[in-house]
Design a protein around this ligand. Structure first.
Ligand code: FMN
Length: 455
């Protein structure tokens, strides 16, 4: 029987992706301590989650009013730790949980990213995953020595080459390359360790790579592109895809389209797992969950939404009054997550929406459309999405930490297991084994993907 995948959406920061979460009475206040991450890792592992994954952004939100004062004052994601370093701590506290981190293709060298994640994969016994993002706002660019973020599609063109280099390096050491024969003095077979010699339009990298393959071959690739170009990129490279479909009906349609795109690219659709972003507020009963939700919904401030919208759209929302319509030129200037702008244009029914429309329709800064209920109600909704099928599993975002994960594991996981929708235990030691993904053969990605590779 097909069973669902569960992923914890984690942030190595002072709040979850909901800035108000740090004000929740039960939120821990030590999110920069190792024990905080060890505890979350253990909770997810006890709940048999496949993966805990950390998002990333390379700047604090300071587009609103072009100043960081409000961000720091209100704790709007102003602390942001390096995700891979934090993952290492979580990896040392767990044995089976998959460990994913986000790294940007726009601000690092591919050799560096390949080495960081290959090393993490070895140090965690084959449990690593890399969420590939291209970054989106000027704050990140300015922290990394550039003036502004690159154009949207160019970021993805560069990222294609980036992937060829990373995967190419991950293929450098054939299985069985290491001999370690102390008598003959041969450490490894030179004919089994290869140089990449990559010369692309945007990147060059020579090799040979310096990290041997791990128990799962190489880290699992995660992607979450939402635009047309982003979805194409995801279908080409992603093994786990994060989606945020607005409802089951659209989900069913887009899920089928995504799998069809994967097939068209010569890949096996079952080897690409699609996971839907959810917020769940779970309690022993529906009434108790609704009380919890009412308390959580009181926490957000308007400034949370204004700050996050400015950051996500790479546009200063302090330039406008709350009910002043945006001009066509201003809307065109929004260069970050254009999907948000497009959804607001569509749902507001006007070509000149206001900031208020953006806040209401996007739900940014608030817990948007949560699944609220006791074990039965939450499991019913997840089952509906899963059997549609509109996804292969879920990425659980937290209203507060660690409580939101603890509640899910305590109340929802047993009900999903009782229904046979979720496994009772880990099925292997590596992340690929647990996701049901095969160890990739050397070069398996090449025939369908090679874009610029020169021998
Ligand atoms: C669950 C989830 C997690 C994401 N995590 C990140 C992240 O950590 N960093 C980031 O810059 N973007 C993140 N994104 C945004 C996507 O990478 C992507 O940029 C966005 O969906 C817009 O699509 P586009 O790049 O095709 O325009 C995430 C999206 C989803 C649904």
């Amino acid at each position: 029987m097909r069973q669902m995948i569960l992923i914890g959406f984690l942030q190595a920061q002072n709040c979850t992706n909901h800035p108000s979460s740090w004000r929740h009475p039960e939120s821990r206040t030590d999110s920069w301590s190792p024990d905080f991450y060890r505890h979350i890792g253990r909770v997810l592992e006890a709940g048999k989650f496949h993966l805990g994954f950390f998002d990333d952004r390379l700047s604090m939100p300071d587009m609103y009013g072009r100043n960081h004062a409000h961000t720091v004052a209100h704790g709007i994601r102003c602390v942001k730790l390096d995700a891979v370093t934090v993952l290492t701590v979580m990896g040392m506290a767990t044995e089976r949980l998959g460990l994913g981190a986000t790294y940007s293709t726009s601000y690092y060298e591919p050799f560096h990213v390949a080495r960081v994640f290959a090393t993490l994969d070895l140090m965690t016994g084959g449990r690593a995953a890399w969420n590939v993002v291209t970054s989106l706002n000027d704050g990140e660019a300015q922290n990394m020595g550039r003036d502004e973020v690159l154009d949207h599609d160019l970021r993805y063109d560069r990222a294609d080459e980036f992937m060829e280099i990373v995967l190419g390096h991950w293929d450098s050491w054939e299985d069985g390359a290491i001999v370690q024969d102390k008598t003959s003095g041969i450490f490894a077979s030179p004919e089994k360790v290869h140089r990449l010699d990559y010369e692309g339009r945007y990147y060059r990298s020579r090799g040979p790579f310096t990290v041997p393959r791990s128990a799962q071959g190489h880290p699992v690739i995660i992607q979450a592109g939402a635009s047309g170009r982003g979805r194409r990129f995801g279908a080409q490279w992603g093994e786990v895809i994060f989606v945020a479909y607005p409802n089951v009906e659209i989900g069913r349609r887009d899920y089928a389209a995504l799998k069809a795109n994967v097939t068209r690219l010569g890949r096996e659709p079952d080897h690409v797992r699609v996971t839907q972003l959810i917020n769940a507020i779970a309690a022993p009963s529906k009434a108790e969950a609704e009380d919890k939700w009412a308390a959580i919904d009181k926490l957000p401030l308007e400034i949370d939404a204004l700050s996050l919208l400015s950051e996500a759209l790479n546009f200063d929302f302090a330039r406008k009054g709350m009910d002043e319509p945006f001009s066509t030129d201003e809307l065109a200037e929004m260069s970050g997550l254009q999907g948000i702008r497009d959804r607001v244009l569509q749902a507001s029914g006007t070509k000149a929406p206001t900031i208020r429309d953006f806040i209401t329709i996007s739900g940014r800064g608030r817990v948007h459309n949560p699944i609220v209920g006791g074990p039965k109600e939450v499991a019913d909704q997840l089952e509906e999405w899963f059997v549609a099928p509109a996804c292969d599993g879920f990425v659980l975002s937290a209203t507060h930490v660690p409580g939101a994960y603890e509640d899910f594991v305590r109340f929802v996981t047993p009900e999903l297991q009782r229904r046979g929708l979720f496994r009772n235990d880990f099925t292997g030691t590596t992340l690929r084994e647990n996701l049901g993904l095969p160890v990739p053969a050397i070069g398996a990605w090449r025939p369908a993907h090679a874009l610029h590779q020169r021998p």
